[in-house]
Design a protein around this ligand. Sequence first.
Ligand code: CP
Length: 312
Amino acid sequence: MEWTRKDLLGLENLSKEELELVLTTADSFKEVSTREIKKVPALRGKTVVNLFYEPSTRTRVSFEVAAKRLSADVINIAAETSSVKKGETLIDTGRNIQSLKADIIVIRHGCSGAAAVLAKNVGICVVNAGDGWHEHPTQALLDIFTLKEKFGRIKGLRVAIVGDIAHSRVARSNIWGLIKLGAKVTVCAPPLLVPAGIEKMGVCVTGDIDDALCAADAVNVLRMQFERDQHNAFPEQLEYFKKFGITRERLEKAKKRIIVMHPGPINRGIEISSEIADCPQSVILEQVTNGIAVRMAVLFLVSRACERRKSA
Ligand code: CP
């Protein structure tokens, strides 16, 4: 199949075949990072702009590394130190970046839908690096890539997503992607942190952490997003850890081969114990490494689709 989208805005609207194409393309790019000269010329002459309205370590650096491995030029814009502070709108900022002859904008924004608004208003490629509570597609793709690497398949895998589901764009993108690829997903959180109607996405819901872990092949642990918790749904951090924290005692009751994932940043002692974050079952840093190959694939596919549109 051929990738025809100029943008990657989320996983909700991607087909199973499109998801598989990103994963197989990422697989072929993974080897590049093992070479002495970690570069291929796929995006030579292209310019990628990382436009970040929210803080980031992993995603921003990962996109920069991915673009550079593809031989693109990379420019980083942090909203805090840009003309956004002088009142420039998102659309005006995007149009100016397009006028500066950039080819791809990678955007992180605090508002759900910001990436889609930008994509509608510029002719160049837009990649969503996380928009509000909506989606974080490349995080989910790298999570799914890591699962596939570990288990050789996604179909039939049982994945527990534990934590602040309500505020989590990572959870939403993971659910869209995993369900389409045939995994069975259970979400586990305190009732106030489970969005109403989430079952309609095809997941099971439980408030019992042992129940969530008992049959799981993988647990994806989410950060408690206290900064987004306007309703103070879980005021006591220690209380949360006691009821939902991923600990040695809890993992001992799960399958022996269960793997532990986390999108980062980790809050040690709040959603996961330090011991588990660093244990052999933890693939957290492998996820970060896989993010490079996945983002190389995404940048490559959207750029090629854009080129095809231009020459059509
Ligand atoms: N996982 C993730 O999005 O991390 P950053 O916020 O550091 O990019």
